[in-house]
Design a protein around this ligand. Structure first.
Ligand SMILES: NC(=O)C1=CN([C@@H]2O[C@H](COP(=O)(O)OP(=O)(O)OC[C@H]3O[C@@H](n4cnc5c(N)ncnc54)[C@H](OP(=O)(O)O)[C@@H]3O)[C@@H](O)[C@H]2O)C=CC1
Ligand SMILES: CC(C)(CO)C(=O)C(=O)O
Length: 316
């Protein structure tokens, strides 16, 4: 089975290293030739949460390069990079191969061609944290859980099962979830509060819950988002959702959310796939989502503005 990790960023470098440690021979795909050359020369280095350092030699290709058909492609690019990465990766995917989407937020499947069967798509939802230190180095910043499931609700194949078992053998908390869409909504609700508010206020996840004034928009964001989730068929209680958000802020207190990092680095954020998605779905169902719409506009306005330093800020 030929497995590719598409995108050599934080998650991609970590999972390519993990797959290699588990005895697979993954191929890691980079956006730039320059990173491919670096990885070919130096291999990749993974620093685990306990500080153990693994140096691994990994097959590496550039996204536009010709390559043998791939059976499993783990797409580990940001939502904003999906259109190009999907176009490139589907050209390399074996006709019976499986595509794995790892993005935070929603809407990834909408980027796929309509002719591409949902039965060939696996969605992963992860609370693990990784941080790319350089083109060849990554740090596993926080343990968490990863759920994977079929977007079509079909049972897992033997190949997917083997991959899950490999991850588990390395100590990764990797689980099959037959209702992955529910899990995606659960994570979306958490990201819909923490990501925009930390990015707008420039605070860590822990600082967000320290002052009531910082957290004051959490309630209207969650009220709107849970109403939209319910219209989509996923029921969440407002109080328990706010409690879950608070728990995640506590568990990841020192973290700078991925959206805050993007804003500080002057990069496009994933806001359209998070609060923007909630606002878009709200329109479809006739549910008012002014606060989600407002934070979407505000984060879009402040992102891409700072040229910012490429600080190494932890996220999970
Ligand atoms: N990091 C984390 O701890 C977590 C991340 N996530 C989610 O996982 C996804 C990936 O995040 P993360 O790894 O942090 O992001 P990064 O920005 O660190 O990595 C994304 C990588 O994708 C590469 N890329 C972009 N376009 C292409 C392309 N067409 N072909 C090949 N590679 C491409 C980028 O290359 P280049 O640098 O050259 O642009 C970059 O190396 C996001 O949706 C994020 O929200 C979810 C939970 C935790
Ligand atoms: C859960 C959270 C908010 C952790 O930082 C995250 O997923 C992110 O930063 O994108």
């Amino acid at each position: 089975m030929r497995i590719a990790v598409w995108g050599a960023g934080s998650l991609g470098l970590m999972w390519a290293a993990r797959l290699a440690l588990a005895g697979w021979s993954p191929v890691l795909i980079t956006r730039e030739k320059q990173q491919r050359d670096q990885i070919r020369e130096k291999g990749i280095t993974l620093v685990t949460v306990t500080g153990k350092v693994h140096r691994l030699s990994i097959e590496c290709r550039w996204a536009e390069e010709e390559m043998e058909a791939l059976d499993q492609i783990l797409l580990m690019v940001k939502q904003t990079a999906l259109p190009t990465a999907v176009r490139q990766s589907l050209r390399r995917l074996h006709p019976k191969g499986t595509l794995w989407l790892w993005q935070n937020g929603m809407g990834g499947e909408e980027v796929l061609p309509q002719s591409f069967s949902q039965e060939r798509v696996i969605q992963a939802v992860t609370t693990e944290g990784a941080r790319k230190e350089s083109d060849t180095e990554v740090v596993h910043t926080g343990t968490g859980r990863t759920w994977v499931g079929s977007l079509a609700g079909t049972p897992r194949s033997a190949d997917v099962d083997r991959l899950l078992q490999s991850g588990q053998s390395l100590g990764a908390d990797l689980r099959w979830d037959p209702d992955i869409r529910h899990r995606m909504w659960e994570k979306l609700l958490i990201n819909s509060v923490i990501n925009p508010l930390t990015a707008i206020l420039h605070v860590t996840n822990g600082e967000l819950i320290e002052k009531p004034s910082f957290f004051s928009l959490a309630l209207p964001i969650v009220e709107e988002a849970t109403a939209v989730a319910e219209a989509e068929g996923y029921a969440f209680d407002v109080g328990s959702t706010l409690q879950r958000v608070t728990d995640v802020c506590r568990q990841t207190a020192p973290n700078h959310s991925s959206m805050l990092q993007d804003v500080r680095r002057g990069r496009t954020t994933e806001i359209s796939a998070i609060n923007g998605y909630i606002a878009k779905k709200g329109k479809v169902y006739g549910i008012a989502t002014p606060v989600n719409q407002w934070v979407t506009e505000l984060v879009s306005a402040i992102s891409g503005r700072n040229t910012g330093t490429e600080e190494s800020l932890p996220c999970s």
